[in-house]
Design a protein around this ligand. Sequence first.
Ligand SMILES: O=C(O)C1=C[C@@H](OP(=O)(O)O)[C@@H](O)[C@H](O)C1
Ligand SMILES: C=C(OP(=O)(O)O)C(=O)O
Length: 417
Amino acid sequence: MSAIKIKPAKLNGKIYAPPSKSMSHRALICAGLSSGESIVENVILSEDIKATMDSMKQLGAEIEVSGDGPYSTLCINGSKGNVSEAFINCRESGSTLRFLIPVGLMLADRCTFTGSGNLSKRPLDVFFEIFKRDSIDYETNDGQLPLWAKGNLKGGTYEMTGGVSSQFISGLLFALPLLRKDSTIKIKDNLESRGYVDLTINMLEKFGISVENQDYRELKINKECKYKNANYKVEGDYSQAAFFIVAREIGNDVDCLGLNVDSLQGDKEIVDIVRKYDSGMEQVTIDASQIPDLVPILTVLASLKDGVTTYITNAERLRIKESDRLKAISTELGKLGAIIEERKDGLIIKGKDVLDGGAVVDSWNDHRIAMSLAVAATRCREDIILTDCMAVNKSYPNFWEDYKMLGGEINEFNDRQ
Ligand SMILES: O=C(O)C1=C[C@@H](OP(=O)(O)O)[C@@H](O)[C@H](O)C1
Ligand SMILES: C=C(OP(=O)(O)O)C(=O)O
C-alpha cells in the first residue's frame, strides 16, 4: 500500500496514545549501557526504534523482544563495551544517529554509520567539531553518510551550539558518563528543543546518572556516575497524540487517552495551544523553536480556524527534518485549498471553515506530513489521494489501522479506480 484514497469522514471513538518514541530510544540506550538486566515495557517497534535496537545490539547489548500485541517488552542486558567493529544502520532516524555517534565511539573501536531517506543530508557538523577537539579519526562522503569514525571522547568541557539540534547534546549526555571523568557541556547560545534534553536527563536519572543542569547553559556529569539497570514502562507520546487532539479540535469526536499529565515531553504544549485558539483571538503566534514536531499538525489546525490568522515563527530548523517540513506541509495543504504563505523561518496561515480536497498529495516520505494530511482529509469537501502513505512506519506503524478503527475511510488506490 503506497497510495490511498481517503474519503472525508468524521472520526469517532477513543484511542490510547501510542508509547513515546523519544522515551523508547532513551530507555533502550540507557538499558544498553547498564550492567545487568533491564526490562523496558510498552515499546512500538517502529522503524526508528528498530534502528536504535539493532544498533545497540551491534554495540554489544543483548536484547530479547517479547509480546504479541502492538507493543513489545524488551529484556536488555547492557553492553560490555568490547566491540571491535560496529556497523550502525540508523535507517531514517536522526535520534539514533545523533545519540549513537558518541555512544558508539565509547563502546566500539571502529564504527560505520549509515542511513537512508533524508538522514544523510541532516547536519552533523556539531560532532565534526568535537571529533577535531578530541582527535577522533573520521571520514564521510563529503560531509554526508556513511560516516566512519575511530577514537575516544576525552571528557572535560565541550562547548556547543544549542541552535541546530538538541540531539547532539543528548548524544553526548548518554556517552560522557562512560568516561568516568568530570565533564561539562557548555551551551553557547539558546537551546532549542530543550524539552528533549529534559527527557534525556530524566531517563539518565532513572538509570543511575545524575546531571547537574545549570539553566541549560552548563550540564555537568560527575566522574562517580555509573549506569545502573532499571525497569521502565514507556509513557504515551504527546507528539503522536497531537494528531488526535487536533482531529478533535477540527470537528471529529475523538478522545485520546493514556497521556501522563505530568509528562516532561515538550510536545505536551499541544494542549495549551488548542486552548489558546479556543479563547477567540483573531491572530495566534506560535513559537516553534521548542516544539518542532508539532508544526505539521498545527498547520492543519490553523488552516481550519476560520477567521484566525496564525503565525508560526522560529521554525527554520523544520527544513532539516525528514523533509523540509515548512515546504512540504505548505505545498500539500495548499493543494487541498489551505491558504498558507511560506516564510524563510515560518508560515502564515489564514484559517478557513473547510478545505476543498479533490487533489493528489504526497507525504514527502515524512511520517508527520502523512499523518497531518490524514487528519486534514477529515475536513475536506472531496476525497484526497495520498501517495507514499507508509512513511508512517517511521514512528507509528499502526497509524492507518487506528485511523480506520476510528471510522476513517481509506482505500488502497490504484490508477484504474
Ligand atoms: O531527542 C529527541 O527525541 C528528538 C529531538 C527533536 O529534534 P531536534 O532537537 O533536532 O529539534 C525532535 O524533532 C525529534 O523528533 C526527537
Ligand atoms: C524529526 C523526527 O525524528 P528524528 O529526528 O529522530 O529523525 C520526528 O520524529 O519527527
